[in-house]
Write a protein that binds this ligand. Structure first.
Ligand code: PLP
Length: 451
């Protein structure tokens, strides 16, 4: 098949996720053929900076041969075996031990899945099973947040707070409710400090609990930093107050770390950056740096004890703990550890990115709420900084801006009118400078268009 044909053939047979496929078939797609470090290459030979690490997942960067070698070795030895019926295999045993090593001390058990959505669905069934095991089957409502993203399965899409997703297919399912997101820039009152807003936003959880009754609620679930919702970084007071409320009302606290986990925030897990202690952690993406599909639900000792008391948990996926994916994830975690990548984000490259991100974007007329934690960054496109007025039809302007970046071979993403970036954690200072120089050029072009 010739180069041009890939795009044409793609339109004939492939339905893309989160895409208007009719428009895509008309406009064509870019065909990515190779990756190295922070770069991907298309079939026309363009070198593109991947400011999104794929889909927030290629933490160690593209092209690490060690992972390919490990995958081949495992495929040669044992390409598949399940873990359902009194069996296990070395790859999954070793990965479980490694996860217990990098997770907080009270996390010593893991349930495997094939993706972030499966991790979230597993968690939703697990928290209900936990309470039923403890003789409290009425505790089954799960509270999520508007604008949260927890995947595309029926459970994950229900728990997420994306109204566009709810509108398709009668979501959310029963026993899933939402509270407002902790978005200081958009929701604070005049003169309210970030700290005060953080407490007020957390108290929305307590109001919801009082409305429903704690005896009916299984868990509260949130991303430490909302990713697909536009990199919403809550004020520092938010999560500690959420934890206090969950403890007071005996509700499980779940951190969805599918994006924040494995170094993105400069800590192994995002909850450590945000200062709270969850009972369950859902993960995927950075667990294997996206090299193979694998997810994991990390379960604290407290929750494990309840689950063990409950007998059989009637849940599991064929590919749970897949040997090849497990071996690759294990190697990925070793690389993150041995090369000190998480510490480097915390001590060096994260602070550099934050400084340069603010310097680059704050000066633009249509940009406000510039924010960055670790290597997860965002800003919001606004019509008027003085009044914080947003552009009409939230999201349209963001897509236009994103397309300018893409044209100039820089991948950033528009989440509504929030522009976001989350590059591979191995990005260098020089690469950050290059990336942001292109971004500044794109923003000038964007602003000229808007004037
Ligand atoms: N949870 C969070 C926080 C996510 O960001 C995502 C994906 O972006 C998911 C869950 C779903 O993961 P997946 O796309 O692997 O199913």
């Amino acid at each position: 098949m010739s180069k041009k044909d890939y795009s044409k053939q793609d339109a004939k047979h492939h339905l893309h996720p989160f895409s208007d496929n009719a428009a895509l078939a008309r406009d064509g797609v870019r065909v990515m053929v190779k990756g190295k470090g922070i770069y991907v290459y298309d079939d026309e030979g363009n070198e593109i900076i991947d400011g999104m690490a794929g889909l927030w997942c290629v933490n160690i960067g593209y092209g690490r041969k060690e992972l390919a070698r490990v995958a081949k070795k495992q495929m040669d030895e044992l390409p598949f075996y399940n873990t359902f019926f009194k069996t296990t295999h070395p790859a999954v045993v070793e990965l479980s031990a490694k996860l217990s090593e990098v997770a907080p001390a009270n996390f010593n058990h893991v349930f495997y899945t094939g993706s972030g959505s499966e991790s979230v669905d597993t968690m939703m069934r697990m928290v209900r099973h936990y309470w039923a095991s403890l003789g409290k089957p009425s505790k089954k409502i799960i509270i999520g947040r508007w604008n949260g993203y927890h995947g595309s399965t029926i459970g994950g899409a229900s728990l997420g707070g994306m109204k566009g997703m709810h509108a398709q297919g009668d979501l959310p399912i029963a026993n899933v409710v939402h509270i407002e997101q902790p978005w200081y820039y958009g929701l604070a009152k005049d003169g309210e400090s970030a700290d005060d807003f953080g407490i007020r936003a957390a108290n929305w959880l307590e109001e919801k609990i009082n409305e429903i009754g704690a005896d009916k609620i299984a868990a509260f679930v949130g991303e430490p930093i909302q990713g697909a919702g536009g990199v919403i970084i809550p004020p520092k007071t938010y999560w500690p107050r959420i934890e206090e409320i969950c403890r007071k009302h005996d509700i499980l606290l779940v951190a969805d770390e599918v994006i924040c986990g494995f170094g993105r925030t400069g800590h192994w897990f995002g909850h450590q950056a945000m200062g709270f202690k969850p009972d369950i952690i859902t993960t995927a993406k950075g667990l294997s740096s996206g090299y193979l599909p694998i997810g994991a639900v990390l379960v604290s000792d407290k929750v494990t004890e309840g689950l063990l008391a409950g007998g059989e948990f009637n849940h599991g996926f064929t590919y749970a703990g897949h040997p090849v994916a497990a071996a690759v994830a294990q190697k990925n975690l070793e690389i993150l550890q041995d090369e000190g990548i998480v510490d480097r984000v915390h001590d060096k490259i994260g602070p550099y990115m934050q400084k340069r991100w603010h310097e680059t974007f704050s000066k633009f007329k249509y940009v406000d709420d510039v924010r960055c934690e670790g290597l997860i960054c965002g800003f919001t496109l606004v019509k008027d900084k003085a009044t914080r007025e947003l552009f009409p039809d939230f999201g349209t302007t963001g897509l236009m801006c994103r397309d300018i970046f893409f044209k100039h071979n820089l991948i950033m993403r528009a989440c509504g009118d929030h522009m976001v970036a989350a590059p591979p954690l191995v990005i260098t200072k020089k690469e950050i400078d290059t990336m942001l120089a292109i971004a500044a050029k794109c923003m000038r072009e964007f602003e000229e268009k808007m004037d």
